[in-house]
Design a protein around this ligand. Structure first.
Ligand code: 13P
Ligand code: SF4
Length: 305
C-alpha cells in the first residue's frame, strides 16, 4: 500500500515536470484510474487526446488507442507504458486483407471500429466507437452498402438497430467479451432477480438479447446513475466496476462472469507508468502518409455529434 502511494505521488510530480496528461480507459487497474487526469471510454479518450494542450500524453490503454492519440495530436509525445498491450480484435483485420475485400465490394462505405490499426483506418472511410456506432451508420445514405470491420458482434448490433440489410460484417471479435455466455448471464439474473442487465455490444448477440440496456462503457455508467434500479449485472470488462462503485456507492454491481478480464488492459501498471515518464519511452508514432489518411477517417467520426 505504501509503495502504491509513493509511486502515485512520484507520478504526479513527474507528470507536472513533463507537462504530461494521463489518460486511462475504464478497463485499467483501479490504481491507474486513480492516478489519471481523465478516465473514459474510447470516444472520450480520443476527444481528450485531440483537445489537450499538454505536451505529453501517457496513454493507459491499448496500442490502437495510443495510435489514435498520435494521429489526432502528432505534435505531442504519446507514451504507451506497456508496448505489448495490444488488442486481439484489432489484430483480426490488416490493411492487405481489407484492400482485397474492398475490391470485391466496389462502392461500399468502410466503417471501422476504432479498435483497428492506423493502417486499417487509412483504408477505411469513417471510424466509430461503441458509443456512436449507430449514429455513424445512420450518417451513411441508406442505399449505400456498408462494410463494417472488424467486430462482428457490434456489426450485428448496429445492423439490427439501424434496420439496414446492406451491412456486411467482418469476422472479428473481442476475445474478452466473446467469452461471456448467455448461460452465465441467465444464472446471474436468477441470482439477482431485481438487477438490470447492462451489456456492451462487443458481447455475443445471444447475450445482447438479455440486456435492459446495451451501451458503451460510458453509456453504462450514465445509465446506472439515471436508472431507478439499485442493482446491476455488468456485462463488460471488470475494470469498469471501480468507476461504478466510486460513482454510485449506494448501488450494487455484479460482474456477469469472472472471465471478463482483458489481459492487455491489465498489462499497464504504476511501475510502468512511472518508468515511461522517466524514460519518455515507449513512444507511439505513425508514418506521415498513413497518419494523414487515418486522420480523415477519425475526423469524420469526431464531426458526428
Ligand atoms: P468503449 O470504451 O468504447 O466502450 O470500448 C470498449 C473496448 O473494448 C475498448 O477496448
Ligand atoms: Fe481489445 Fe476486447 Fe481488450 Fe478492448 S477488451 S482491448 S476490444 S480485447
Amino acid at each position: 500500500q505504501d509503495k502504491i502511494q509513493q509511486l502515485m505521488e512520484e507520478i504526479k510530480v513527474l507528470k507536472k515536470q513533463r507537462r504530461a496528461i494521463i489518460l486511462s480507459h475504464v478497463y485499467q487497474r483501479p490504481e491507474i484510474q486513480e492516478v489519471a487526469d481523465f478516465v473514459g471510454d474510447s470516444l472520450e479518450l480520443s476527444r481528450r487526446a485531440a483537445e489537450t494542450d499538454a505536451e505529453v500524453i501517457v496513454f493507459c490503454g491499448v496500442h490502437f488507442m495510443a495510435e489514435s492519440a498520435f494521429i489526432l495530436s502528432p505534435d505531442k509525445i504519446v507514451l504507451l507504458p506497456e508496448q505489448q498491450a495490444g488488442c486481439p480484435m484489432a489484430d483480426m483485420v490488416d490493411a492487405a486483407s481489407l484492400k482485397a475485400r474492398k475490391e470485391k465490394m466496389p462502392g461500399a462505405v468502410v466503417v471501422c471500429y476504432v479498435n483497428t490499426s492506423a493502417e486499417v483506418k487509412a483504408e477505411s472511410d469513417i471510424a466509430c466507437t461503441s458509443a456512436n456506432a449507430v449514429k455513424v451508420i445512420n450518417s451513411i445514405p441508406r442505399d449505400k452498402p456498408v462494410l463494417f470491420i472488424p467486430d462482428k458482434n457490434l456489426g450485428d448490433y448496429v445492423a439490427k438497430k439501424s434496420g439496414r440489410n446492406n451491412i456486411t460484417v467482418w469476422e472479428g471479435y473481442c476475445t474478452t467479451h466473446e467469452r461471456l455466455s448467455r448461460a452465465e448471464v441467465v444464472a446471474a439474473k436468477e441470482e439477482h432477480p431485481g438487477a438490470e442487465v447492462l451489456v456492451h455490444p462487443e458481447c455475443r448477440p445471444d447475450v445482447v438479447e438479455l440486456a435492459d440496456a446495451v451501451a458503451s462503457t460510458t453509456g453504462m455508467l450514465r445509465y446506472a446513475g439515471e436508472s431507478a434500479a439499485n442493482e446491476f449485472i455488468i456485462c463488460t470488462e471488470k475494470g469498469i466496476l471501480h468507476q461504478f462503485h466510486k460513482r454510485y456507492p449506494d448501488k450494487k454491481f455484479y460482474p456477469a462472469s469472472d472471465k471478463l478480464v482483458c489481459p492487455n488492459m491489465k498489462a499497464t501498471t504504476l511501475d510502468k507508468v512511472h518508468r515511461s515518464l522517466v524514460t519518455m519511452e515507449p513512444q507511439i508514432t505513425v508514418a506521415p502518409e498513413i497518419r494523414e489518411r487515418a486522420l480523415n477517417c477519425l475526423e469524420r467520426m469526431l464531426a458526428i455529434k
